[in-house]
Design a protein around this ligand. Structure first.
Ligand SMILES: Cc1ncc(COP(=O)(O)O)c(C=O)c1O
Length: 393
């Protein structure tokens, strides 16, 4: 009989089970909302990236339906062959206006935007100077580029400067940071990193996935928040989080975007978005401009919930955004905390290695504009109850 050559995978999974790290995928029944049903349990949902509640916004829904009726359900090709529809071009034009850059290119996801960009603009003789907590898509793109990766300690621009100073100046050097770090909710040291990039003539790139629709005027991101227009060569944003639909984009110069049209492999070798996705994203930009109260409500909720957790005595790290981690250290404890909260009607995902470093496991919370005060108070009461019974506070 043939021996299963994938047997080792089951053994690795058994290892995860014995450490309490094995996770079932929670299944959402119905819509992605602030109060939702997962695994047949009605819960306050603190786990989505749906910052502004746009996944179910009537305008986005209507535009997606209209695009499906008039343009069909798929694009039928990659962008570089027959899959560039006029609605894709319209979205890129609107995003460039919104981000105040010469041009943008839309990718299938934020992940492919990062990985496809970093891997195509650099090659093996070049250098990438990267914050140690940068997103996996940056790390994968960096590996694919075959450039030498130099990691600097989290948010430490002096350490980045010391690295850059010793690199050969004739080579291409990319300084790269997340705008908002997805597991900690803190902001990249962007003004200081821009100074380093300016001083040494480096390319400056920011992954603004969690800042799109959240920071800056009308949600233009951290570059707008910090007043860094013109100093960041490559901005990546996502359409999958606050924008409520799916996709990622790169904003920058016309030459950068034209180059990515020719060389970014996910753009060249993977089919473009269905028209409904582009239509919803276009509607989302309209909403960002016409309903600024959504972003205001997001921040009011953020302040209320974050200060509530801190008053209860939880370790929320250095978060400055709607992402607030409750750091407990031990991965099994984080999973227990998450499970106990779920039993009480609060969904906040437990996160351990390899998503965060060993010993820094946490339950990650994300509030949205759509949460009511009652829902957030219920979540705080549940955190207090469960946190005390597990000895976290
Ligand atoms: C910092 C960061 N960058 C990029 C991404 C990828 O974005 P998307 O979900 O659109 O692929 C994520 C999302 O997980 C993220 O947290």
């Amino acid at each position: 009989m043939r021996r299963d050559p994938l047997q080792y995978l089951s053994e690795e999974l058994d290892g995860l089970k014995s450490q309490g790290l094995y996770r079932h995928l929670r299944v959402l029944e119905g819509e992605q909302k602030a109060h939702a049903s997962f695994d047949h349990r009605s819960v306050v949902n603190l786990s989505s990236n749906n910052y502004l509640g746009l996944t179910t916004h009537p305008l986005l829904r209507e535009r997606a339906l209209e695009a499906t009726r008039t343009l069909g359900v798929g694009s039928g090709s990659v962008r570089t062959i027959a899959g560039t529809m006029s609605i894709h071009m319209e979205l890129e034009r609107r995003l460039a206006e919104f981000k105040r850059t010469e041009a943008t290119v839309v990718f299938q996801s934020g992940f492919t935007a990062n990985a496809g960009t970093v891997s195509s603009i650099l090659s093996k003789d070049d250098f990438i100077i990267s914050d140690e907590l940068n997103h996996a898509s940056i790390i994968d793109g960096a590996r694919l580029s075959r450039a030498t990766i130099k990691v600097f300690p989290h948010r430490d621009a002096d350490a980045a400067r010391a690295i850059v100073r010793d690199l050969p100046h004739e080579r291409r050097r990319l300084v790269i940071s997340d705008g908002v770090f997805s597991m900690d909710g803190d902001l990249g040291a962007l003004p200081e990193l821009c100074d380093v990039a300016d001083e040494f003539g480096c390319i400056m790139m920011v992954d603004d996935a969690h800042a799109s629709g959240v920071f800056g005027r009308n949600g233009r991101g951290t570059i707008d928040h910090f007043g860094l227009h013109g100093r960041v060569d490559i901005q990546v944003g996502t359409l999958s989080k606050a924008i409520g639909a799916l996709g990622g984009y790169v904003a920058g110069s016309r030459a950068l975007i034209d180059f990515l049209y020719h060389r970014a492999r996910p753009f060249l070798f993977s089919t473009s978005h269905p028209p409904s996705v582009a239509a919803s994203c276009l509607a989302a930009i309209e909403v960002l401009e016409s309903e600024p109260q959504l972003i205001e409500r997001l921040w009011e909720n953020t302040r209320f919930f974050k200060s509530g957790l801190q008053t209860l005595g939880f370790n929320t790290g250095a978060s400055e955004s709607p992402i607030t981690p409750v750091i407990v250290g031990d991965a099994a404890l984080a999973m227990k905390l998450s499970d106990a909260l779920f039993e009480r009607g609060v969904f906040a995902q437990g996160i351990g290695f390899p998503t965060v470093p060993r010993g820094k496991a946490r339950v990650r919370t994300i509030v949205t504009a759509a949460h009511t005060r009652d829902e957030l108070q219920f979540a705080l009461d549940s955190f207090e109850n469960v946190g005390r019974s597990l000895g976290v506070i």
